[in-house]
Design a protein around this ligand. Structure first.
Ligand code: ADP
Length: 198
């Protein structure tokens, strides 16, 4: 599979361990890891205009407005390295974003290969996010912001499972287990996707 183009979206609630798996998958397949949360945090650190706007939403646990995120991701996917494939982590997060992505990729003639949906129980999510709050001290890991991020996920992002299921792209991955175990499941699924491509 290495050297081949592969275009993936990773879906899953905050705390599903998506970021960790995304970084490893991107390395395995030699494709850029496009993580919108990371790009926003970098802009916040560098005090750019985008960062200042995004921080207002992020610190409350709200989603950044679609038009801002869509413009940012569209520009990122137009860069040279993304011609060889990409792994989107944290985007799309709304049906509006998913529709925008779909039309951008259709124009380029480079549709998605699959959407990996990381599944964890609510109990596990709370446990992991509380652990991360203590370790990383992220400004959006307060109890209120965590609760709000979970609400946003349920209301706006979860409907994407249906969106991608209808397109035959959705693959669920059991995200409970250690990092290597989950990675093994994920690469198994990506291998099947590549194998089923004609
Ligand atoms: P998590 O670790 O909770 O999955 P991320 O690091 O992906 O979170 O994103 C952190 C925050 O950045 C989100 O709560 C949201 O405010 C903003 N953000 C990231 N991606 C998007 C997106 N696609 N649409 C809107 N907001 C986003």
């Amino acid at each position: 599979m290495k050297g081949e183009t592969v275009r993936l979206v990773l879906l899953g609630p905050p705390g599903a361990g998506k970021g960790t798996q995304a970084a490893r998958l991107a390395r395995r397949y030699g494709i850029p890891h496009v993580a919108t949360g990371d790009i926003f945090r970098e802009n916040v650190r560098e005090e750019t205009d985008l960062g200042r706007t995004a921080a207002e939403y992020m610190d409350r646990g709200d989603l950044v407005p679609d038009e801002i995120v869509i413009e940012m991701v569209t520009a990122r996917l137009a860069e040279d390295d993304a011609a060889e494939g990409f792994l989107l982590d944290g985007f799309p997060r709304t049906v509006g974003q998913a529709e925008a992505l779909e039309s951008t990729l259709a124009e380029r003639g480079t549709p998605l290969d699959g959407v990996l949906s990381f599944a964890v129980t609510d109990e596990e999510i709370h446990r992991r996010l509380a652990g991360r709050r203590d370790e990383e001290g992220r400004s959006d890991d307060t109890d209120e912001a965590i609760e709000q991020r979970l609400n946003e996920y349920r209301d706006k992002t979860q409907p994407l499972e249906r969106f991608y299921e209808e397109r035959g792209l959705l693959r669920e991955i059991d995200a409970v287990g250690d990092v290597d175990e989950v990675f093994g499941r994920a690469t198994g699924v990506v291998g099947d996707l590549a194998g089923s491509r004609t």
